[in-house]
Structure formats: structure tokens, C-alpha cells
Design a binder for this molecule. Structure first.
Ligand code: ADP
Ligand code: MG
Length: 584
């Protein structure tokens, strides 16, 4: 096939512009991204070679290699992993297929200052494209395992890119960065310095399970000089002997963080692992460690992200718990390990006693896996509970980002319903700023109040303007304001909390609490009014017979003359809207 030239999509072009002009100040992370991609590619090849005996690929020495060239001012990151076909290069590298990119860009345009912009980039992650923060030309040469022809992709990041077929590419992928000349004099951005490279790999990629090696620099004199210069820094003390031919140096320790005790590992190290797993650029909110010994031994590190991904609700959203067996990566997104309503949890589970070629189907049915899953869920829920009292701000962030999803568990995970209810918090009529938990609500219930009142609706304003609320306001009864779509559904599955019935104020003839014990006098008054208005009610009932079931007197309203209620157990107006929106 001839050399083809392609234009970048509009979105890709805009993103690249942002990389080229580098609004992200910490440029070092480009190397983390490239190593992370290389590591993924090695995982994929290992798995593929297990699955397919006939795959013609060498898996005897899987590794990442970093090769700085000070003379040419290039930096090459090479792996002998799965590689990409020509079509894959165009699809994966040439376009930004990620669904959130358009959204990212529109939010970037709205972003007021640079730190917001950086945060957004962090949230969406730009992976491979971050190379353009440090390079003015990027070339990628790749050959897919099992294929004979390779592909070369090249771009300056401006306008377009070229793709051509190459005959002699080794299996795997090499990314060659031509470093920006304007950074040449800046020590901070000297990405050809072995010292700098060591430092970045140690900081960001130490736990990568494949060896990350650095090729010795071409002119021997310089390499020796560098080794000397770095000697006081090098903790591993693996400098090659001066006389021996230079050997590649392994830069990462490859130690599994989840297997080490918590006090041995710094928060930064945990956070880097999180970023590698999640492809998020932002630190996680919480790190959760879990281990079990005995007959079914496993270790786990779970993370609660600080921000919801843009595609939290799309079908494509993959869960991010990776499964390892005895330190060997088995699969991404092991859905058997976390329920749908915790799909935002990221992390690693490393089991000792599973077979290396377990399939997803087997996992779904495995009793040990189910036990493990139950424990992971409990641990996540109890961690959130702990955050509520010990790290209130973290809890508030967590709930803002993920509350909508967690509430799905009230429907789907009956076993943990109570634990989930305890970590929920809700807006309420009492306080515009602060959310209230059910326990707090119950604690401050008025004397004589027996129910937990709520109203569902589209927005706080819509609910506040609802005539249903009037009498509750007048009586000083607190009403929970539920505005998430999922609220319409879970309330039906949760009849009570700590013996207090949950009750919609828009349904049935729910008398206001405190009114039941009304005196004889009030009863007589009610009766008198019923007679007084009997004729009007009958007339209204006949006129509106197509629209309503019944017209009745109420003591609930204080300002509005009338309002519509549904029978207890009927579909609420908001739920009707929800169904309508879903086309039902
Ligand atoms: P992400 O890693 O979040 O998917 P990237 O922009 O880093 O996003 O990479 C895009 C895609 O390009 C990857 O998902 C992968 O399919 C492919 N890719 C990138 N680097 C490599 C590599 N070294 N080997 C094989 N495929 C790669
Ligand atoms: Mg990546």
C-alpha cells in the first residue's frame, strides 16, 4: 500500500493544539503514558499467545525499552508487545475515538483558567497525544504479532499525519519522539538525560510488571560519565562495570504494590498505580487495601476516583477492576468482581489459587469469586461510611460524583440495601446547602412525625414550587428533595428506614403526621365542610371525569386552590415523565 496522508479530525486537531502549546505544565507524564501503553500491549500479547497456540510471536522476553539519543535529540519508547495493524493505527492513533473528546473540548473552551483546563485534561486523559507536549514530530513504527508487514505513522501534530507500510519492522511498537528544539537548553525538559529518565520511570512507572529498560547510550564515553554522575542517586547499585560491554539497565522494581504492606508504600506510589489502571490523570479520592489469607488467598487494592468519568451512564462504560493471578495480569474490567452500581471503582485483585486461563464465564460462576466480590462490596461500602465521619469533604465529593450510581444498588443489591441506605445523603427542604442522611432526618423529625417524607421531581425548583409542599412547609415538616432519575425507581424498593416508612408527599391521601390524633371538634368541622362542598365536588368530578379518578377536599394546601395527586402505588408524575422520555 502506498503512503497515505490523512487529516486529523477537528476534535483531534484541537486537542493536539492544546498539547503542542502544552497547557499541562507537568510534561514528564508523557513518558508515563507511553510506558503505560507499552505495558498494556505486552499484557495483550501474553494473553493472546495463551489463547492462540498458533500465534507466531516471540514472548520469551517481553519488555519496554527506552532509548535516548542525545546527538539526534530523539527519545524512543519501544515494546515487543501486540503491535497494531495498519487499520488499527489509523483507527486508534489517527482519530480520537474516545466518546468524551467532544465534551472535553467544549468544556475546555468554557474553562476560565489554566488549572481548570488542566483538571479537565486530567479527567479525560489524552494518552498517546501527550507526546506532543515534548515532541515536534512523532513517528510510530509498529507490527502486529502474527502479521508480516509493519506500519509507520508520522505526524508533527499540525494538520495531518502520514501512514505507510514498512517491510522490516520488528514485532511490537516503537514511538520515536523528535524532542522540541526550544526545550534543548532547559534542564527540566532534558528527556535525553538518563538521569532524568530514571527519575521519571521510578516516580511514575515503578510498579509496571514488565521490565522497563534503558538502552545504554551510543557513545561509550558519555554513558560512563552518566553512570558516574548518577551513582550517588542510584539506590539499586546496578551500574554496569566500567570494562564490561554496556548492558541495558532495568529502571523499575516491578514490585506489586498490592502485595506490600501499607506502611512500605507511599501515597504517590498508590496514586500512580491508580492512574495506570484507570487512565485518569487525577489522584484518587481513596485507596482501599484488602487481603485475605488462608484457603483462598488474595490481595486487593481498590480506588475511589475523585471524579466521575463522562461516560458513567453509557453502556460502554467498563468497570476498572483488573484481575491478576499470582502477579500475572489476566484481564481488565473483571465484571465478576464488582456489581454494576460500583462500576466506578478501579483497582487490582490478585488471587493466588485461580487458574491462569480462567474465562469470564467461569469467573461469573466461581464460588470463591462470589465470596471475594461480596467482601469487596462490603469493604467499599464501609469505607464510604467511614469517610462520612472521618473525611467529610471526601465523602461530599464522592457523593456528588457517584451518589446517582450508588443508589442503583438499592434496587439491585437487596443484601446490602441497609448498608447503602446508610451512606446515602439527600437534598432537603430544611437546608439548601447541606445534604441530609436518613439517620439525621430521623433524628430531627418533629414530635409525632412517623414518616420520612420525600418528593421526586425534575429539579429542586420544580419541587419547591409544587403545591404538594405547601402544607408540609406550613407545618415545618422536612421533605427530602429527590431529583435524580434513579430516585424515581429506588423509592419503590425501599419501604422504610429504621422502622420509619418512606412516603411520597405527592401520593395518596397521606395525612400529615400529627393530624391523626385530632379532637372531636376538628372532626366535626371536617364533616361540616365536606357537606358544604359536596355539590361542587360532584360537579367538578363529572366535568373532569376523563382526566381524574376523584376530586376531594384537602387540608394540605395553604395557598394553591387545587393540586393533582396520584394514588399510593401509582406511577408518580415524574416517573410518567421518565417513562415518556424513555419512549414507553
Ligand atoms: P488509552 O491508552 O487510554 O486507550 P491512548 O491514547 O494512550 O489511550 O492510546 C490509544 C490506543 O492506541 C490504545 O488503546 C491502544 O489500542 C493503542 N496503542 C497505543 N500505544 C500502543 C502500543 N505501544 N502498542 C499497541 N497499541 C498501542
Ligand atoms: Mg494510554
Amino acid at each position: 500500500m502506498p503512503t497515505e496522508t490523512f487529516e486529523f479530525q477537528v476534535e483531534a486537531r484541537q486537542l493536539l493544539q492544546m498539547m503542542i502549546h502544552s497547557i499541562y505544565s507537568n510534561k514528564d507524564v508523557f513518558l508515563r503514558e507511553l510506558i503505560s501503553n507499552a505495558s498494556d500491549a505486552l499484557d495483550k500479547l501474553r494473553i493472546e499467545s495463551l489463547r492462540d497456540d498458533s500465534l507466531d510471536a516471540d514472548v520469551s522476553d517481553l519488555h519496554v525499552e527506552i532509548e535516548p539519543d542525545r546527538e539526534a535529540r530523539t527519545l524512543t519508547v519501544r515494546d515487543n508487545g501486540i503491535g497494531m495493524s495498519r487499520e488499527e493505527v489509523v483507527e486508534l492513533i489517527g482519530t480520537i475515538a474516545k466518546s468524551g473528546t467532544a465534551e472535553l473540548l467544549s468544556r475546555l473552551r468554557e474553562a476560565k483558567d489554566e488549572s481548570t483546563a488542566e483538571g479537565l485534561i486530567g479527567q479525560f486523559g489524552v494518552g498517546f497525544y501527550s507526546s506532543f507536549m515534548v515532541a515536534d514530530e512523532v513517528t510510530l513504527v509498529t507490527r502486529k504479532a502474527g502479521e508480516s508487514e509493519g506500519t509507520r505513522w508520522s505526524s508533527t501534530g499540525e494538520g495531518g499525519y502520514t501512514v505507510e507500510t514498512v517491510e522490516d519492522a520488528p514485532q511490537g511498537t516503537a514511538v520515536i519522539l523528535r524532542l522540541k528544539p526550544e526545550d534543548a537548553e532547559d534542564q527540566l525538559f532534558d528527556y535525553t538525560s538518563p538521569w532524568k529518565i530514571r527519575e521519571i520511570v521510578k516516580r511514575y512507572s515503578d510498579f509496571i510488571t514488565w521490565p522497563v529498560r534503558m538502552a545504554p547510550e551510543a557513545p561509550a564515553a558519555e554513558a560512563a560519565e552518566d553512570a558516574e554522575a548518577a551513582a550517588p542517586e542510584g539506590e539499586e547499585g546496578e551500574e554496569p562495570a566500567a570494562s564490561a560491554p554496556p548492558e541495558p539497565e532495568t529502571l523499575n522494581s516491578m514490585k506489586a504494590l498490592w502485595a506490600r504492606s501499607r506502611d512500605e508504600v507511599s501515597d504517590e506510589e498508590y496514586h500512580e498505580l491508580y492512574k495506570h489502571i484507570s487512565h485518569d490523570w487525577t489522584d484518587p479520592l481513596e485507596t482501599i487495601q484488602l487481603r485475605a489469607e488462608g484457603t483462598f488467598e488474595y490481595q486487593s487494592l481498590l480506588f475511589l476516583p475523585a471524579r466521575a468519568p463522562h461516560d458513567l451512564f453509557s453502556q460502554a462504560n467498563r468497570r476498572g477492576v483488573q484481575l491478576y493471578v499470582k502477579r500475572v495480569f489476566i484481564m481488565d474490567d473483571c465484571e465478576a468482581l464488582v456489581p454494576e452500581y460500583l462500576r466506578f471503582v478501579k483497582g487490582v485483585v490478585d488471587a493466588q489459587d485461580l487458574s491462569l486461563n480462567v474465562s469470564r464465564e467461569i469467573l461469573q460462576q466461581d464460588r470463591q469469586i462470589q465470596l471475594m466480590r461480596r467482601r469487596l462490596v462490603k469493604k467499599v461500602l464501609s469505607t464510604v461510611k467511614e469517610m462520612m465521619t472521618k473525611r467529610e469533604e471526601n465523602y461530599a465529593t464522592f457523593w456528588r460524583e457517584f451518589g446517582r450510581v450508588v443508589k442503583e444498588g438499592l434496587l439491585n443489591d437487596p443484601d446490602n440495601k441497609d448498608a447503602i441506605l446508610k451512606i446515602c445523603s439527600f437534598a432537603s427542604t430544611r437546608d439548601k446547602e447541606r445534604l441530609v442522611t436518613l439517620a439525621q432526618y430521623v433524628e430531627r423529625m418533629k414530635e409525632g412525625q412517623k414518616h420520612i417524607y420525600y418528593m421526586t421531581g425534575e429539579s429542586r425548583t420544580a419541587i419547591e414550587n409544587s403545591p404538594h409542599l405547601e402544607a408540609f412547609e406550613a407545618k415545618g415538616l422536612e421533605v427530602l428533595i429527590l431529583t435524580d432519575p434513579v430516585d424515581e425507581v429506588w423509592v419503590g424498593a425501599v419501604p422504610e428506614f429504621e422502622g420509619k416508612e418512606l412516603r411520597s408527599i405527592a401520593q395518596g391521601e397521606a395525612e400529615l403526621d400529627g393530624e391523626e390524633e385530632e379532637g372531636e371538634e376538628a372532626k366535626a368541622e371536617k364533616e361540616r365542610r365536606r357537606e358544604e362542598f359536596a355539590e361542587l365536588l360532584t360537579w367538578l368530578g363529572e366535568r373532569l371525569s376523563d382526566e381524574v379518578k376523584e376530586v376531594r377536599l384537602t387540608s394540605r394546601l395553604t395557598v394553591s386552590p387545587a393540586c393533582v395527586v396520584t394514588d399510593a402505588g401509582d406511577v408518580t408524575p415524574a416517573l410518567q415523565n421518565l417513562y415518556r422520555a424513555m419512549g414507553q
